[in-house]
Ligand binder design. Structure first.
Ligand code: NAD
Length: 227
């Protein structure tokens, strides 16, 4: 069977790793990104017209959609005194509203395929540094949107969320201290997330919906205690 998957934000980073993993698993993968990249359709998922055109194109070219991965996201790190309403809204539009738009538009295809959705939130839905209000709010909203969608779309369509911790997407120079913040002894890599996405989209996850999976090498479970 030729299963079809859409991965947003697939030009680089976690989205590119998920797209590559799903291709290896036999899916026909459509990548979408606002940045040009090989194998990606150019689309800004914060734009309702672009989302409509993207799903219509998938319907016309493939006639089905089995898997939707809502991965596109970005952060603005700015003090709340400086953060403009336009900046706040742009982060919410990409990180949260795009999932509403994509699922709404793709629902007939997902229902017909008895498909699955994976959203990519963040451990920042649960813990924060200063000056990250719009990102934290968007990811907290995405965790909640995931279980609300699971309630509405079941039993035909399952909807789950992955909340990554620190995933190095740029081959950064990392220190021993960076790695030591994790019980696993290392910072994450995009394939750590791709494996879970593939599992959640597949038949072995048939009893899993509305759930959030934190993949962070144990970082959010690590107690910082300096006596
Ligand atoms: N890397 C991490 O440590 C980490 C941790 C937690 C959560 N996340 C989340 O994982 C997802 C992927 O993160 P990443 O680190 O790979 O990011 P990245 O910046 O490396 O890649 C994100 C991709 O999404 C695209 N994109 C952004 N806005 C878009 C839009 N409106 N329309 C279409 N494409 C858009 C970008 O062009 C880029 O190609 C994001 O949602 C991010 O918030 C990442």
């Amino acid at each position: 069977m030729n299963r079809v998957a859409l991965v947003t934000g697939a030009a680089r980073g976690i989205g590119a790793a998920i797209a590559a993993r799903l291709r290896r698993d036999g899916y026909t993968v459509i990548g979408a990104d606002r940045q040009a990249a090989e194998g990606c359709i150019l689309a800004d998922v914060a734009d309702p017209t672009a989302v409509q055109a993207l799903i219509e194109e998938i319907d016309a070219s493939h006639g089905r959609l089995d898997a939707l991965v809502c991965n596109a996201g970005f952060m603005i790190r700015k003090g709340i005194e400086e953060l403009s309403l336009a900046e706040w809204s742009s982060v919410l539009a990409t990180n949260l509203t795009s999932t509403f738009l994509l699922v709404k538009q793709a629902l007939p295809l997902l229902r017909a395929a008895r498909g699955a959705v994976v959203t990519i939130a963040s451990t920042r839905a649960h813990q924060s540094e200063p000056d990250t209000e719009c990102y934290a709010a968007s990811k907290g909203g995405l965790v909640a949107l995931t279980h609300a969608l699971a309630a509405s779309l079941g039993p035909e369509v399952r909807v789950n969320c992955i909340s990554p911790g620190w995933i190095d997407t740029s081959n950064s120079t990392l220190s021993l201290e960076d790695h030591a913040q994790h019980f696993t002894g290392r910072v994450g890599v995009p394939n750590d997330i791709a494996g879970m996405a593939a599992y959640l989209l597949g038949p072995e996850a048939g009893f899993i919906t509305g759930a959030e999976f934190i993949i962070d090498g144990g970082m959010t479970r690590k107690m910082i205690y300096v006596p």
